[in-house]
Design a protein around this ligand. Structure first.
Ligand SMILES: *Cc1c(COP(=O)(O)O)cnc(C)c1O
Length: 407
């Protein structure tokens, strides 16, 4: 008799986006003449930069000629892209990352989900709350947690992100082995300082732990004091892996390209206490289970690192950041305390009331969709996430309606 992986039955069904859709659809059915503006989504809205489109076309034409046709590429990614990343994302910031420490993939979501496979079944997890759900759910699937009791899985050390700590968690008092951090953060938009990240690196060293650092939103950082990479912290090369994606940097959510940095100096231990470089394990896993990102997409990603590419992606991100500033200023003026929006495309609004109740108010009185914070974890209650991913016109209209509804 074929059996299921029963860990899947522990997963809390994610009702968040289904519940939002249900409420929005009901409102639209009852009020067909009132157009909705969606500031709830975590997906980009503006078109792919011209340099990327040109690169896609040119690479496609190469594949159409026998002399330049390409079949399977290297599983880890083409050297032209890995070299560009090492030079522009790391060497330019004073971080020592070699090209062969960079693994190209089709998304950070997959990388975040896949990486935990190379670690022991019984590693102790530290995961923020509120959080991007992938970190928790993939570990539940792998059987690293107990049951979900009251919205929390047994066996996870939750790192609470609250108004009291400015939504940046301090290191826990207990030892853990695998630590998930994401800055600039989704959903809160909070950023971590060098000193805050240095404390995490020191904690990881002291506990022989590994930090999984998700910096999907690093391109939104504008404050020159805020680190873009965990490798700007002394010693991070020994204890941290870094996830980066072109999704939010260059509008690649539908095009699909990302990378994982695995320094050769990061180790984990076998049962006898012998150290093993994670790089070799990940290389084995990646080349066994993945056959590389398509050549045209890697060419499109590499185009971002040209002068024209930097200018075009910079303009794209400035557009979203200008939206974010409008949103944060408007919500602050209405009397709410907010984080995010200055170095991130998300604004985390402390609503002072139930997050679904606030969601309903915005939907019914302003026809604006946000995301209730409770959907991201216990500590998200009382908050909503407003996303800057939209046109200027939609953001301005939404904010005028919110101001009229809440004043
Ligand atoms: C959007 C996002 C990513 C990127 O995922 P892709 O699979 O590369 O599109 C990674 N982490 C977080 C927290 C995100 O919000």
């Amino acid at each position: 008799m074929i059996r299921i992986n029963e860990n899947y039955t522990k997963l809390k069904a994610s009702y968040l986006f289904a519940d939002i859709a249900k409420r929005v659809n009901a409102y639209v059915a009852a009020n067909p003449s009132k157009p909705i503006i969606r500031l709830g989504i975590g997906d980009v809205t503006e078109p792919l930069p011209q340099v990327c489109r040109d690169a896609l076309h040119a690479a496609t034409d190469e594949l159409g000629q026998r002399a330049t046709f390409k079949g399977y590429g290297p599983e880890q990614g083409y050297a032209f892209l890995r070299d560009a990343i090492a030079q522009h994302d790391y060497a330019a910031r004073g971080c020592k990352i070699e090209s062969d420490e960079i693994f190209i993939s089709d998304g950070s979501k997959c990388d975040c989900g896949n990486i935990q496979e190379i670690f022991s079944h019984d590693v102790r997890l530290a995961i923020p709350d509120p959080v991007y759900p992938v970190y928790v759910d993939t570990n539940v699937m792998a059987g690293r947690t107990g049951a979900n009791v009251d919205g929390r899985y047994q066996g996870i050390t939750y790192l609470e992100c609250t108004p009291a700590n400015g939504y940046v968690p301090a290191v826990p008092s207990v030892a853990t082995d695998l630590i998930y951090l994401c800055f600039p953060n989704n959903p809160t938009g909070a950023v971590a300082t060098k000193a805050q990240l240095a404390a995490w690196v020191a904690y990881a060293k002291a506990n022989k732990a590994i930090i999984l650092f998700d910096s999907a939103y690093e391109a939104y950082i504008r404050d020159p004091q805020i680190p873009h990479s965990i490798y700007e912290i002394e010693g991070a090369r020994d204890v941290a892996l870094e996830f980066r994606s072109f999704s939010k940097t260059a509008g690649f959510t539908g095009t699909r390209c990302a990378y994982l940095v695995v320094p050769k100096t990061v180790v984990a231990y076998d049962v006898a206490g012998n150290a093993h470089p994670i790089h070799a394990l990940w290389n084995r896993r990646h080349s066994t289970k993945f056959n590389g990102v398509s050549y045209p997409v890697q060419k499109a990603a590499a185009a971002i690192y040209t002068e024209a590419g930097k200018q075009q992606t910079g303009a794209l991100i400035n557009h979203y950041l200008a939206n974010a500033k409008l949103i944060r200023d408007a919500m602050t003026k209405l009397g709410f305390s907010c984080v995010g929006g200055d170095n991130a495309p998300y604004i985390w609004v402390n609503t002072g009331r139930d997050s679904w109740q606030f969601f309903d108010t915005l939907l019914n009185q302003a026809q604006v969709v946000c995301t209730p914070g409770a959907g991201f974890g216990k500590c998200g209650e009382g908050h909503v996430r407003i996303s800057a991913f939209n046109s200027r016109e939609n953001v301005e209209t939404a904010l005028a309606r919110i101001a009229a509804a809440l004043k």
